[in-house]
Design a protein around this ligand. Structure first.
Ligand SMILES: [Zn+2]
Length: 347
C-alpha cells in the first residue's frame, strides 16, 4: 500500500471513530491492547484505564488494526508476559473460511461468508448451549472484520481454564478422538446427548434417505431406535460412514485462538485494516451480511486504479462486476475495501 493510500485510509478511519465508539471490553483497565499500523500488531503491552482514553487513541491514531487481550491482568502494561500476572481469561472461538473455489484467497464472497455464519450457528446451537450448558445470553458474536466470526463466552465457569483444558474443548468441538469402537460399545440412540447422539442421528438419516446402500435398512433403523448397533457396526460401510458423519458435524474452530490464553483479539467496533470492514458485534446473526452491514464509508465517488484482478462482488448492497487492471469510479465504501486489500490505488 502506498503512502497516499495509507493516509486516505487513516483519514477515513479517524472520521469513522469520531462518530462511533468501539465496543469496550469488560474491565478495560485489566486488558492489554495491541495496535498495528503496518502489520497486525506493531506494538502491544498498552493499557487504558478509561473508555475515553481508548476512544481518543482511536480517533487520534486511527490504527489499521486494534486488538485486546482475552486475558485479564493485574498489570496489563508490564513486560515480560509473566510480569502481567494473569487473573483469568475469556473463552473465545474463531471460525474462518478458507479455500473457496470461485476466487483467490485474497477475497471472500457471500457463499464463503455464509459458510462461516452457518458454522458459527452450528457451534452455538449444537455445542455450546446443549453440550456445555452455556446460556445464550453469555455468548456474544463478533464479525472478525475479514473472513469469519469470533465467539466470546462470558461465563465465569470457563474463565479459569488453562491451555490444556481449552485444547480438550477444541478437540471435542472438532470431533477429535470420537471413537467408533466406543460408540458401538455404548449403543447410543438418536436422542442421546452430544457426539454419540449426533452421529447416531446422522447414520440413521443416511439409512432413511438411501445414502447408505443396504438390504437391511428397516432392520437397522429398528435396531438404532433401541440403541442396538449389532449388525451395523460389523458392516463394511460402517467405519467410512461414521467418519463422514464425524467430519461433517465438526465445529471447525481454530485451535490456536482458543488455546492461547494470552491472545490479542480484534476489538469489536474497530475497523479491520485489511478489508476496511468494521469488526462488528452482531445482534442478529441470521440476518447479518458482513459485506452489506459492515462497510462504513459513504457512497460518494472515488476514482481508483485497479491493479490485477478483482472478482465480481456484492458489497454495500450493490452488485459489482469483475474488474481487471483499469481505472474506475467506485463508491467510497468499495474503494476503501479494495485499497485496504491492496487491490487498488488512488488516481
Ligand atoms: Zn467464496
Amino acid at each position: 500500500m502506498g503512502l497516499r493510500e495509507k493516509e486516505f485510509l487513516k483519514a477515513e478511519f479517524s472520521s469513522y471513530y469520531k462518530k462511533h465508539e468501539p465496543d469496550y471490553p469488560h474491565m478495560i483497565e485489566q486488558r492489554e491492547f495491541g495496535f498495528g499500523f503496518e502489520k497486525k500488531i506493531d506494538f502491544r503491552h498498552k493499557r487504558f484505564s478509561t473508555h475515553k482514553e481508548l476512544w481518543d487513541y482511536l480517533i487520534t491514531n486511527a490504527p489499521l488494526f486494534c486488538s485486546y487481550s482475552v486475558a485479564y491482568y493485574t498489570a496489563p502494561e508490564a513486560k515480560p508476559m509473566d510480569a502481567k500476572i494473569m487473573v483469568n481469561s475469556d473463552l473465545v472461538f474463531d471460525i474462518d473460511v478458507h479455500g473457496c473455489t470461485s476466487h483467490t484467497n485474497k477475497f471472500v464472497c457471500e457463499s464463503c461468508l455464509g459458510k462461516a455464519k452457518s458454522d458459527t450457528i452450528h457451534l452455538i446451537e449444537d455445542f455450546l448451549v446443549p453440550d456445555f450448558g452455556i446460556d445464550k445470553k453469555q455468548i456474544s458474536v463478533n464479525f472478525s472484520g475479514n473472513r469469519g466470526y469470533h465467539i466470546h463466552v462470558n461465563d465465569e465457569r470457563y474463565m479459569g481454564l488453562g491451555q490444556k483444558e481449552r485444547l480438550e474443548i477444541v478437540n471435542f468441538l472438532n470431533g477429535i478422538g470420537i471413537d467408533a469402537g466406543i460408540f458401538c460399545e455404548h449403543g447410543p440412540r438418536v436422542e442421546s446427548p452430544a457426539w454419540f447422539g449426533r452421529i447416531a442421528k446422522c447414520i440413521s438419516k443416511k439409512l432413511e434417505s438411501g445414502a447408505i446402500k443396504t438390504t437391511k435398512r428397516h432392520e437397522y433403523l429398528e435396531g438404532i431406535s433401541k440403541g442396538m448397533w449389532s449388525g451395523i457396526c460389523e458392516s463394511t460401510w460402517f467405519y467410512r460412514e461414521f467418519e463422514e458423519c464425524r467430519k461433517s458435524l465438526a465445529a471447525n474452530v481454530d485451535a490456536q485462538v482458543t488455546t492461547d490464553v494470552h491472545r490479542l483479539i480484534r476489538l469489536p467496533g474497530t475497523i479491520h485494516g485489511e478489508t476496511g470492514l468494521v469488526a462488528k458485534k452482531v445482534a442478529n446473526l441470521e440476518r447479518f451480511e458482513p459485506l452489506r452491514d459492515a462497510v462504513f464509508a459513504d457512497d460518494s465517488e472515488v476514482e481508483v486504479e485497479i491493479t490485477g484482478h478483482v472478482p465480481p462482488l456484492a458489497i454495500g448492497g450493490m452488485q459489482f462486476d469483475e474488474i481487471n487492471n483499469k481505472k474506475a469510479r467506485l463508491p467510497k465504501y468499495y474503494a476503501v475495501y479494495l485499497i485496504a486489500k491492496n487491490a487498488a490505488r488512488l488516481v
